[in-house]
Write a protein that binds this ligand. Structure first.
Ligand code: FES
Length: 210
């Protein structure tokens, strides 16, 4: 065997130990290696962008919630109301003989971002009978005129179409479809009467709050 052929044989045995260059590697392996790094970078960049978006949006959403809250809030329409009850007058100021007293309910009305102080919210007739306080909305359940109390007859008359109601608020003729609307009342520990003021659908036999 010549010296040249010995060298060729040694080179052929040594080949598997040599590193494989990109140029000589299979196409699939090169593609996998070159796309893995950019994909990882894209995922990291996406996660960072998501975190930044959350950090920016959190105070914005919180602020918007607080800002829009009055629009969606129904329960604080009247400032100073307690569970929907408005202060009226001391129970001691009601006639002791049970005759009605017309009382205007006053409160600060909150309308979205505006506050209208000392507004007349509505009128009620209050009666004190055997330690109980009864309230009637003075809006006629027929078509919404104002009912007035008649001392002579101890009853209520609506001047618009002549509906008449007894002292207990029940109809005494057939003009109104139902009696006067009774409202919930409370008397607190200081003797102040509170009224849950509500209006109801007119012209219907059922009492439906509006
Ligand atoms: S509105 Fe009262 S009788 Fe018609």
């Amino acid at each position: 065997m010549s010296a040249t052929s010995s060298v060729q044989t040694a080179t052929a045995h040594a080949a598997p130990l040599e590193s494989v260059s990109a140029e000589s590697a299979p196409i699939e392996a090169v593609a996998a290696t070159s796309s893995a790094v950019p994909r990882r970078s894209a995922v990291v960049a996406l996660a960072a962008a998501g975190s930044a978006l959350v950090a920016i949006l959190t105070p914005v959403v919180s602020g918007a919630t607080v800002f829009l809250d009055p629009v969606f809030r129904k329960q604080s329409a009247f400032r100073g109301a307690k569970e929907g009850f408005l202060p009226a007058i001391p129970v001691a100021d009601l006639p002791s003989d049970g005759s009605p007293r017309l009382v205007t309910l006053i409160a600060d009305r909150v309308d979205a971002w505006n506050v209208f102080v000392h507004q007349a919210i509505g009128k009620v007739y209050l009666r004190q009978i055997e330690g109980q306080v009864i309230a009637f909305n003075n809006i006629c359940p027929h078509l919404g005129c104002k009912v007035t109390y008649r001392h002579d007859g101890n009853d209520f008359l609506c001047p618009c179409h002549g509906a008449v109601f007894g002292a207990d608020g029940a109809c005494t003729n057939e003009i109104a479809p139902r009696g006067m609307d009774v409202l919930e009342t409370r008397v607190d520990e200081n003797g102040l009467v509170w009224v849950k003021y509500q209006n109801f659908r007119r012209g219907t036999a059922e009492k439906v709050a509006v």
